[in-house]
Each structure stands twice: as structure tokens, then as C-alpha cells.
Design a protein around this ligand. Structure first.
Ligand code: ZN
Length: 310
């Protein structure tokens, strides 16, 4: 079996959920045929799936995975590998953000530079979306993000991309344009996304119209509740707002009584105080999700090449 065949077999086995066998083949490939491609594939496997140890336990192996991804990078540059390293940074960024609530702009900037290099080697709409997203996380008011999204959305009208564009239009106070495009793409967007954009753009009645379906479907953050309450109250539907608040408060009987009481107090505050709602809504910051890319060379399912030629 040569390196390509072993890689093909590893990916085939992996797609059937046989992790240990796939892991052994990726390691074997690195031993028998060390190269940019085999290092990258082992690194991506370890980073995303972990390392199955002799006792059968699967351990987080992000560190070892990153080591192999960087080893691949030291040999040559490919879009697959550079995008993978940007993804490693995204995981680090996200972890830091969850722990501290503060964005690590250095990491965003570094990830942005990796995606930019990757795009110069090979373009894809998904990678371009991720590049603009990292730039947005560095600077949400960047005009390059806006112009980039306007261009990208013409050829890539996936919901993530459209939602990103509409929110960025709002950030640049281009509300009229946001509403025009909202009408155009309405069917692609979920109710929560639509309601928040209607609220930001001041179309309160339209936002309020979605309240039934939003109540049925979603568990909301405080800022979402504030937006929905704002839509209802500002469009003169105070009674409906009260009914909704009571329904939520009745639903709130989770793990502890204390948590339920805290939620009820928070709901009272949101519905009673326009100033508090404004404070929550002003603190709202749209966070676009990353689009995961296939990180393996020679993946038939995603059509990545066995070797990336430049
Ligand atoms: Zn794949």
C-alpha cells in the first residue's frame, strides 16, 4: 500500500466510525511516507477527533494535532493546511472568549492572516467568508468587511453569509438597505434572526409578528427577550407582551427554584423598563459562526485533492 492508498483507506474507515483503525493508518502514513500531506492529515485527525490511548480512552490531543499541522506548514504552504491552522486559532480564540468575555484580537488577526494566505493559494466562498469573519472579529466596523460581504453574497447566498451581511449593514447604519435585502432573503433566515434585524431596523410590528413562533421554538438569551419585548411594546401590543412574559415565567421551573426566581425577576425588569431593554439591546453584538472546512487531503466526500498543486 502506498501513501495515497493508505490515506484513502484511513478516510474510508474514518467515515465508518472506526476511529482507532483510522488513527493507526494516519500514524503509519507519517512513519512510512512523511510529507506535508501525511503530517497535515494526522494533525487534523488528532486535533478534531482526539487520541485513542492503549487503555481505550480518547484524550483531547489538540496540542499534538497542532504540532503535526505546524510540521506540515514548515514543509510547504497549501490552502488546506493554512485553513486548518486558522481553525486551530479559532478554537483557541473561542475558548479564551468563553473564559474571559474579551476578544483576543491578536489571535483574530493571526487567523485572518492565515485565511488570507490560504485564499491566495486557492479560493473558496467558505474560506472567504471565514476571512471576513476574522476581520470582523478584529474590527466590527471595518468597511472592508462590508464591501467583501456585498461582493461575496452575490455568489454565496448561504444563510450564514446573508445574516452576516445584514447585520453588518445595520452596524454601518444602512438600515433601509438591510430591510430591502431582508425582504429578498426572508425565506433563508430563521425567525430569531429576522426578529433581531427587524428590531434593530425599527420595524417593530414585523418583529412582533414572529413572537408566537419564536416562543414555540427557541430558548432565548436575555438580549433576545429584550428585543422581542421591545418589538411588542413599541408596536402597541403591551397586552400580548404581558401574556408572553407570564408564559415564560410559568415555563421557568428548571433545576432550582432559585434560578427560576432569578429568571422571573429578570423578565420583569426587561418588560417593565425601557431603559434596561435599551441597555441590553445596545450591548448586543452579532457573532457570526465559523464555517468548518474539510481539513483532509484526498477526501472524496468533500472533493479535496490528494495533493494541492500551485
Ligand atoms: Zn472531508
Amino acid at each position: 500500500m502506498n501513501a495515497f492508498e493508505r490515506n484513502e483507506k484511513a478516510l474510508d474507515i474514518l467515515s465508518k466510525g472506526k476511529f482507532l483503525q483510522a488513527q493507526q493508518l494516519f500514524f503509519e502514513n507519517v512513519r512510512m511516507a512523511p510529507s506535508h500531506e501525511t503530517y497535515n492529515n494526522l494533525g487534523w485527525y488528532l486535533f478534531t477527533e482526539g487520541l485513542e490511548c492503549k487503555n481505550g480512552k480518547v484524550r483531547n490531543a489538540e496540542k499534538l494535532g497542532t504540532y503535526y499541522l505546524q510540521k506540515a506548514e514548515s514543509i510547504r504552504h497549501t490552502s488546506v493546511n493554512l485553513n486548518n491552522i486558522a481553525y486551530v486559532m479559532e478554537i483557541q480564540r473561542n475558548l479564551a472568549y468563553c473564559q474571559t468575555g474579551v476578544e483576543n484580537r491578536d489571535l483574530c488577526r493571526a487567523a485572518y492572516e492565515y485565511t488570507e494566505k490560504a485564499l491566495q493559494l486557492k479560493y473558496s466562498n467558505e474560506a472567504e467568508y471565514n476571512r471576513l469573519r476574522f476581520l470582523y472579529l478584529c474590527d466590527s466596523r471595518s468597511t472592508e468587511v462590508l464591501s467583501g460581504l456585498e461582493k461575496l453574497s452575490g455568489q454565496f447566498d448561504e444563510p450564514d453569509c446573508i445574516e452576516f451581511l445584514l447585520n453588518v449593514l445595520c452596524i454601518h447604519a444602512r438600515l433601509h438597505e438591510c430591510l430591502e435585502r431582508l425582504a429578498q432573503y426572508r425565506d433563508k433566515l430563521d425567525e430569531l434572526c429576522l426578529m433581531s434585524l427587524y428590531c434593530i431596523c425599527g420595524e417593530y410590528e414585523k418583529g412582533a409578528g414572529l413572537c408566537g413562533r419564536i416562543y414555540e421554538k427557541y430558548t432565548l438569551r436575555h438580549v433576545d427577550i429584550a428585543m422581542l419585548a421591545d418589538c411588542l411594546i413599541r408596536s402597541g401590543q403591551s397586552e400580548k407582551a404581558l401574556t408572553l412574559k407570564q408564559a415564560w415565567q410559568e415555563d421557568a421551573a428548571p433545576e432550582t427554584k432559585k434560578a427560576a426566581q432569578a429568571f422571573c425577576r429578570e423578565a420583569d425588569r426587561i418588560f417593565d423598563s425601557a431603559a434596561y431593554r435599551a441597555e441590553l439591546i445596545q450591548g448586543y453584538r452579532f457573532r457570526p459562526p465559523v464555517i468548518p472546512l474539510c481539513g483532509y487531503f484526498g477526501c472524496k466526500r468533500h472533493g479535496t485533492p490528494a495533493v494541492e498543486e500551485h
